[in-house]
Ligand binder design. Structure first.
Ligand code: COA
Ligand code: ZN
Length: 304
């Protein structure tokens, strides 16, 4: 029996956005920049560096423009930058600051979309169309939050994902990520939705954004890899969570994803010992609560 896997995978480092947004105490901008610089030196090619959101909704991201300015001065052209935007206002700010990609978020589940962006799914799609019209040379990714499960409505059927994807592709997005925002989906449910997506969109290169709340992120990643998907979001030190999704825990840790892939002979470009050193310093120098399997094995960088 054959065991097919992609020849290479891409990991987008999302710690500076998804990770930091759930840290309650404000991380001073210099601290964010120090971590971002250290992560940029671990071999990753794409980083979600911040989000242009209401500082009332997420005070931690109030310094998005400063973080982006630093990134552009130091890393533009070397590492691809991504910034999350929840609305037109955020897109305007991201374009003014200068990012390579905007990451527009719409939930497949209306309940989560209302909690996260105070809009119906239709309203968000209308806003996305306006962002498409505005984006110029800047690339635009759609992240479909709650693609598999919603904290309020439970299992999300694939039709709800298809609806958002369909309209967004028509509107002209350049990439789509399917997100297990609350980290509770299992490999079988994930495979069922991915099978639907394959049936409708052929080999369209959907990326996966997996949280590890119920400990199934790596199993879900392997399932997606076996189905030919090769782009994943991950956060160093397993940080992450959505402030508008009760109970959601951290992202799949970059070091665990990279380790699993590299062990199977699949290159990621990530220098794992270097990354573990960054995770250690995120804990010791910045007091962040990191958690990953490799961090536990490493002893020095796990809080538990
Ligand atoms: N950037 C900066 N400020 C923003 C903003 C943005 N992208 N979107 C809204 N605001 C500000 C408005 O200026 C207004 O400020 P004011 O009260 O001082 O006048 C306030 O937020 C509310 O404005 P409103 O027009 O009611 O907001 P909205 O309905 O357009 O946007 C959200 C609401 C939900 C998009 C916004 O609260 C938000 O950014 N949420 C964060 C979502 C998120 O990041 N979730 C986690 C990641 S998936
Ligand atoms: Zn997330």
């Amino acid at each position: 029996m054959s065991f097919s896997l992609p020849e290479r995978i891409e990991i987008m480092e999302v710690c500076p956005r998804d990770g930091f947004q759930s840290v309650k105490e404000f991380i001073p901008t210099e601290g964010k920049i120090a971590i971002l610089d250290a992560l940029a030196g671990t071999g990753i090619s794409t980083m979600e560096i911040t989000s242009f959101v209401s500082p009332k909704a997420i005070p931690q991201m109030a310094d998005a423009a400063d973080v982006t300015a630093h990134f552009n001065a130091k890393w533009r052209g070397k590492i691809t930058s991504v910034a999350l935007v929840p609305n037109l206002r955020g897109a305007e700010s991201a374009l003014a600051a200068g990012v390579d990609w905007m990451n527009f978020v719409i939930s497949a589940s209306v309940d989560h979309n209302m909690a996260n962006t105070r809009r119906t799914v239709e309203e968000s799609i209308e806003e996305l169309k306006k962002v498409c019209a505005l984006k110029g040379e800047t690339k635009l990714r759609l992240s479909v939050a709650t693609s598999f499960a919603c904290p309020f409505a439970g299992d999300v059927p694939p039709e709800k994902v298809v609806r958002v994807v369909e309209e967004s592709l028509d509107a002209g997005v350049d990439g789509v990520t399917l997100c297990d925002t609350i980290g509770t989906t299992d490999p079988k449910y994930l495979a069922n939705t991915l099978t639907e997506m394959r049936a409708r969109y052929g080999d369209y290169p959907f990326a996966l954004h997996l949280h590890d709340t119920h400990g199934m992120a790596l199993a879900n990643m392997l399932t997606a890899m076996r189905m030919g998907f090769s782009s994943f979001d991950a956060a160093a030190g397993g940080l992450g969570g959505c402030p508008f999704a009760p109970g959601a825990a951290g992202n799949a840790a970059t070091e665990d994803m990279a380790n699993m892939a590299e062990r199977m002979g699949i290159p990621t470009g990530i220098d794992i010992p270097k990354l573990l050193a960054v995770v250690r310093s995120m804990k010791s120098d910045f007091g962040l609560t990191t958690y990953s399997h490799l961090a536990v094995a490493d002893k020095g960088c796990c809080n538990s």
